[in-house]
Design a protein around this ligand. Structure first.
Ligand SMILES: [Zn+2]
Length: 676
């Protein structure tokens, strides 16, 4: 889901030339406005999910499929429906508890037999009394006939089904659509709507002739009925969460195009728009096809049988990623950030769905970072950095929270915390583990949980399986921990040594970050990029630099979400004795090269006696495969690169031997893993 930006603000941005990117305003999360202004007045979002929704029941069943028939008169918010729910019992039970809110249920049958039911509107559920004990493994078909009657008072932000008559100024035709995230599917169909529960969905929508009904999956056909109505019959054969099911109805035209995903494999790309928007939508379809292709290269092929978008207004959001058929606000139907955000959700949110609402960042942060990746596709790292800078929101209330579980910390479920800050955290992860491991992790995430739901710990496991490293340091700091790092750096040079001091000045209650940080040292026309593992509130690093650097840049390529701190000083000198160390290579495992850091002990001065230094690499059989260093070196910190391009995957050892000028010998051995 994407929050919209106040339409007036969009217009102003255009007038005053405040556009970012390709002539379009970036659509910020709602907090950026200093309080949410709904794109369309009258639709309020000021609610908290946990305050309103009943605690989930632990069902004795799994829903296999929904077969939903909707009958929309398109004259008011009235409609009639019938939902056939096929479910399999997971435990013995003589009753079933499902969800509904303010629906009028007319009858319920189970396997063709009428059954007694009770409705508990306060707790948003209904109970079907089965009349006998069903056993685990039994398949039941529940048929619920119901109506939505407008006379019942409803919360305006939990209608589930939204109807607008063409008497509203500017509306070209009557409009009806569903909007369910997070838990409002129960407001338009009896169901079991939790994000971890997925099933197949088939929907037939009967509307007056002239109306077009868009829904999930493939269009099986349209039937012209004898009573002046038409039935649109859609089927989603893939697993879908209830909050991603939808029906969107108006007098649409449908410009479309075919996208060849692979040889012999094509899908339609369609826009359901009003005639006034049709030409612009049609002209934008080639861009959407390019987005599908590009995201497919990053995340694996687009997963569904079609991609459609319907363009509506009024709508309280910028867009909503209904599976295979995104709903977009009319004002954003060609806004690249919103369009690519919702498209990216087809992978992150729809194909792999957050396993609970505290895990919502797995949907929203990924979709928001995809906006930046699309900018990177178009304009390279500079364009990506530009959008990320626009997203910075240190003064946003929710940003101080942890990305995980916004509501548990008192924040709105869809606050900017899980959009912009979460996108930045993913970018930081990418910087920490490298492009190859990052995108392999995403494809692994997809492979493991395709058409399933999964939680944050599952994502961490996917990243760990790719990197071969325990990633709890990263997740504890950036996902489960509040805040962000505030870095200040000081440097000094003397006697051939560059000294760096990195201070972390963030709130004492925020994590102390363990992070690989890059420092770029400029000397004349040359620059050298150093990577240090910073893990303390104040930490010093020393490097051998024979000439005085002109300047240094901290995090020069913008990989780490951080704020600049207050200057630290005074500069410290190079007289502190260094002690011997051989550090773990980074990255590890690696493909195809890795850096090994070590320290030659002693006092760093211009005339320190050099020591004999030998750094060698061996394979598992003890054969020497490389000699990286074999010479005298002065006390200081050194970085050597091992290039495994010509080597086979496997375990290697690196051995450091130092013979100080005063005599004796110090050795250390560490293990590294080359993965190709
Ligand atoms: Zn979203």
């Amino acid at each position: 889901m994407r929050m919209g930006r106040c339409l007036a603000c969009v217009a102003l941005a255009g007038v005053f030339g405040l556009n970012s990117g390709a002539g379009q305003p970036h659509v910020y999360g709602f907090e950026k406005q200093g309080g949410f202004i709904a794109p369309d007045a009258g639709l309020s979002l000021a609610r908290r999910h946990q305050d309103i929704y009943a605690a989930p029941s632990n069902p004795a069943f799994h829903v296999v499929s929904y077969r939903l028939d909707l009958f929309l008169a398109m004259v008011n918010e009235n409609f009639a429906g019938r939902n056939q729910i096929t479910l399999v019992m997971k435990a013995p039970a003589d009753s079933l508890v499902l969800y509904q809110l303010k629906l009028t249920i007319d009858s319920i049958s189970v396997n063709g037999v009428r059954r007694v039911y009770t409705v508990d509107d306060a707790n948003e559920r209904f109970t079907v009394h089965l009349g006998l004990l069903h056993q685990s493994g039994d398949t039941l078909r529940l048929t619920v006939a119901y109506r939505r009657v407008p006379a019942i008072p409803r919360l305006t932000d939990r209608l589930g089904y939204y109807y607008f008559h063409d008497t509203i100024p500017g509306l070209p035709a009557n409009l009806g659509y569903t909007m369910s995230e997070p838990g409002d599917a129960r407001c338009w169909m009896p169901c079991y709507d939790e994000p971890w529960e997925k099933s197949t969905a088939e929907m037939s929508v009967t509307v007056p002739a002239g109306y077009v009904a868009a829904s999930n999956g493939r269009l099986l056909g349209t039937i012209v009925n004898g009573d002046g109505t038409v039935t649109w019959h859609w089927k989603e054969d893939h697993q879908v969460a209830t909050y991603l099911m939808c029906a969107t109805v108006s007098k649409f035209t449908v410009p479309s195009s075919i996208l060849a995903r692979a040889p012999g494999d094509s899908i339609p790309v369609e826009y359901f728009t009003w005639p006034r928007d049709s030409a612009a939508a049609a002209a934008y379809i080639p861009t959407v096809k390019q987005m599908i292709t590009n995201l497919g290269k990053l995340y694996g092929p687009y997963p569904w049988d079609k991609y459609g978008m319907s363009s509506v207004s009024p709508f309280a959001y910028g867009g909503m990623e209904h599976q295979t058929i995104t709903t977009l606000h009319e004002a954003y139907q060609t806004n690249q950030d919103v369009v690519v955000h919702e498209l990216a959700h087809q992978w992150w949110g729809d194909l792999v769905t957050c396993g609970s609402w505290p895990d919502i960042w797995l949907n929203e942060s990924f979709a928001t970072y995809s906006e930046a990746l699309w900018r990177e596709t178009l304009g390279g790292p500079v364009a990506l950095q530009g959008l990320l800078r626009d997203m910075l929101g240190f003064n946003q209330g929710s940003w101080s929270g942890a990305v995980y579980n916004p509501e548990g910390q008192g924040f709105y479920l869809f606050s900017d915390l899980v959009y912009s800050k979460g996108a930045w955290v993913l970018h930081t992860l990418r910087g920490a583990i490298g492009d190859s491991a990052f995108f392999r992790s995403l494809r692994m995430w997809r492979q493991l949980y395709s058409e399933k739901s999964a939680v944050t710990a599952d994502f961490q496991s996917a990243v760990e399986s790719v990197t071969g490293r325990d990633m709890s340091w990263f997740f504890n700091e950036w996902i489960y921990g509040p805040g962000w790092p505030v870095y200040s750096i000081a440097s000094d040079w003397g006697g051939g040594t560059l000294s760096l001091r990195i201070a972390q000045q963030q709130d004492a209650g925020w994590p102390t970050y363990t992070m690989p940080l890059q420092v770029r040292v400029y000397t004349g026309s040359r620059d050298t990029t150093l990577t240090v593992w910073d893990s303390l509130r104040t930490e010093d690093f020393r490097f051998t630099f024979l000439t005085r650097p002109d300047s240094i840049a901290f995090d020069p390529d913008g990989w780490v979400l951080h704020q600049a701190g207050t200057p630290i000083g005074p500069p410290f000198g190079p007289g502190t004795p260094l002690s011997f160390s051989l550090r773990q290579n980074y990255p590890n495992p690696f493909n195809t090269s890795s850096t090994i850091a070590f320290v030659v002990p002693g006092i760093v001065t211009g005339n320190a006696a050099p020591a004999g230094v030998k750094l060698t690499v061996y394979d598992l059989l003890g054969r020497r495969v490389a000699t990286l260093v074999d010479e005298n070196r002065s006390p200081g910190e050194y970085f050597e690169r091992f290039d495994g391009t010509a080597r086979a995957s496997g375990v290697y050892f690196y051995r450091l031997e130092i013979q100080p000028a005063g005599g004796g010998s110090i050795t250390a051995v560490r293990k590294m893993v080359l993965v190709k």
